[in-house]
Design a binder for this molecule. Structure first.
Ligand code: SF4
Ligand code: SF4
Length: 201
């Protein structure tokens, strides 16, 4: 944990942390910092904040540290942390909510993860199913990692795992409608949260 100047934390910072917890359906006060979430996380070695620390900084209202952290963007949403928590704190959902808040604040500490997310959603929205070859191509182009995973391409082509054909599901219009509804609901939620924060200021 970094040392914090608690007097520099504003009410707005605390409200932003509570909003993230509310989005995740979590009561931050439930966490007593036992560390079981961190001990079970398979990606903890790659994280800049341990899962336990993400919760602790949110408890303290240190919103900037949380929104700047790479951890929520590295999180694989495997749910191990949530399943190990003796207090039923859904840390996995907190990671997702932090990631959204970070993106909406224009931070994106791991831009590759954000690019991959957007490309994956666009791919599934267009075809009803992910077309891996196009997902990989657009991700590599937009991320600037042009040759990433190219070493596997020949073998995958030979085994028919990827190819030039585009696969579309019959119900792809329905899939697109579901994604559009989810994106609209997210935009409405954010607008409402911003309105509430403005009203409280
Ligand atoms: S396992 Fe639960 S109670 Fe323990 S530190 Fe993690 S979130 Fe807090
Ligand atoms: S959901 Fe994320 S934070 Fe939790 S154990 Fe899995 S990778 Fe770690």
């Amino acid at each position: 944990m970094r040392s914090l100047n608690l007097s520099a934390i504003s009410d707005a910072d605390r409200r932003a942390c509570e909003a993230i917890a509310g989005e995740a359906g979590v009561n931050l006060k439930d966490c007593y910092q036992c560390g079981k979430c961190t001990a079970g996380c398979p990606l903890a070695d790659s994280m800049d904040l341990m899962p336990r620390e993400v919760i602790r900084y949110l408890q303290l209202g240190a919103i900037d540290i949380v929104l700047d952290a790479k951890t929520p963007w590295i999180c694989a949403q495997c749910v191990v942390c949530s399943s190990r928590c003796p207090q039923n704190v859904d840390i996995c959902s907190v990671m997702r909510a932090v990631r959204l808040a970070s993106k909406h604040a224009g931070k994106r500490p791991v831009p590759e993860a954000d690019i991959f997310d957007d490309e994956f959603i666009a791919n599934v929205r267009a075809h009803g199913v992910s077309n891996e070859q196009y997902l990989a191509a657009f991700y590599n182009l937009k991320s600037g990692h042009l040759m990433q995973d190219m070493g596997n391409a020949t073998r995958m082509l030979a085994r028919g795992l990827v190819g030039p054909a585009i696969h579309n599901t019959k119900g792809r219009a329905n899939v697109a409608a579901v994604i559009d509804r989810a994106l609209e609901a997210d935009a409405e939620r954010r607008a409402k949260a911003a309105e509430t924060r403005g009203g409280e200021a």
